[in-house]
Write a protein that binds this ligand. Structure first.
Ligand SMILES: C[S@@+](CC[C@H](N)C(=O)[O-])C[C@H]1O[C@@H](n2cnc3c(N)ncnc32)[C@H](O)[C@@H]1O
Length: 275
């Protein structure tokens, strides 16, 4: 009989990331392809879909070098990372937070621990860089933040063991995904829903309308190869128009990260599939 793991040992995202898909997975389940061999996630972020699917073979990519470094450290050097995080946990206070926030370099492990530490203790738990690539979020008001969740880090390290993790722009998925055995999930920064809202920029890499069009080209090329492609985006005319030749599902979401409580409410998003 298979041993049932306690829920704490099941891998799940270890970072809170803008655009995280944790709340939407239940609505996505009906739309995943029935079968595939290799999973690709070119806009990795917090990786909620990856941790839900736990595919045996996967290629995970993102354009943010600090994020990619964290994933590589969790996969390859989890014990050293945990040791470093324990130091942050034991020294955590406002002065220490701002001292660590001001640091820019360090070894890969030090940079990974710094990102996790800031992610767990900063205001709204949102990783955000200014145009110079500096992390500029003030400290959050948490009574007792979980800075070092060793069990979760060990569980995610195990889940990532057979993943190829790479720093690359989304187009590079075209180098590898070729057949109906491949499943590509695309979760780009969303197209703004109104003319007044700003172009989405989670960090210094703004994602423009031209990027959405280039991403659509990638979607079409993959679909023509028979690859199973699924894409999340905002529910707006531009996106519905762009993907009119594919199946568009409507997903109901709530704005999880919004500092203005009044703006937290239900909105719709789209999930586009090529199959
Ligand atoms: C919406 S988030 C992904 C959220 C993720 N699915 C989750 O559940 O947490 C978008 C990610 O795309 C990355 N990104 C932005 N522009 C990119 C590009 N041109 N190529 C690859 N990744 C990019 C960002 O660094 C960010 O991590």
């Amino acid at each position: 009989m298979q041993t049932q793991l306690p829920p704490r040992l099941h891998p799940r995202p270890f970072l809170k990331w803008a655009g995280g898909k944790g709340q939407l997975i239940q609505q996505y389940i009906a739309h995943f392809p029935a079968q595939f061999s290799t999973y690709y996630e070119p806009f990795l972020g917090g990786g909620a879909v990856f941790f839900h699917l736990l595919p045996p073979r996967s290629r995970l990519m993102d354009i943010n070098p600090e994020l990619v470094n964290v994933y590589c450290c969790v996969r390859d050097q989890v014990e050293a990372l945990i040791d470093c995080l324990k130091v942050h946990r034991d020294r955590h206070c406002a002065d220490y937070y701002y001292q660590i926030r001001a640091q820019a370099d360090g070894s890969p492990i030090e940079r990974a621990a710094r990102l996790i530490y800031l992610n767990k203790t900063c205001f709204n738990g949102l990783y955000r860089e200014n145009s110079k690539g500096q992390f500029n979020v003030p400290i959050g008001r948490y009574a007792n933040p979980t800075i070092c969740d060793s069990e979760l880090l060990y569980a995610t390290s195990l889940a990532l063991r057979s993943s190829r993790i790479q720093l690359s722009p989304f187009e590079s998925v075209l180098d590898d995904a070729h057949s109906s055995q491949d499943f590509v999930y695309l979760d780009p920064p969303y197209h703004p829903i109104s003319a007044t809202s700003k172009f989405t920029a989670y960090n210094r890499y703004a994602f423009t309308q031209d990027d959405q069009i280039r991403l659509h080209d990638v979607f079409v090329k993959l679909a023509r190869r028979g690859v199973n492609v699924m894409l999340s985006n905002s529910d707006c005319l531009f996106i519905r128009d762009l993907y009119q030749d594919f199946t568009i599902h409507t997903i109901v979401a709530s704005r999880a990260i919004n500092s203005n409580a009044e703006k937290r409410g239900k909105i719709t998003e789209v999930l586009v599939t090529s199959y």
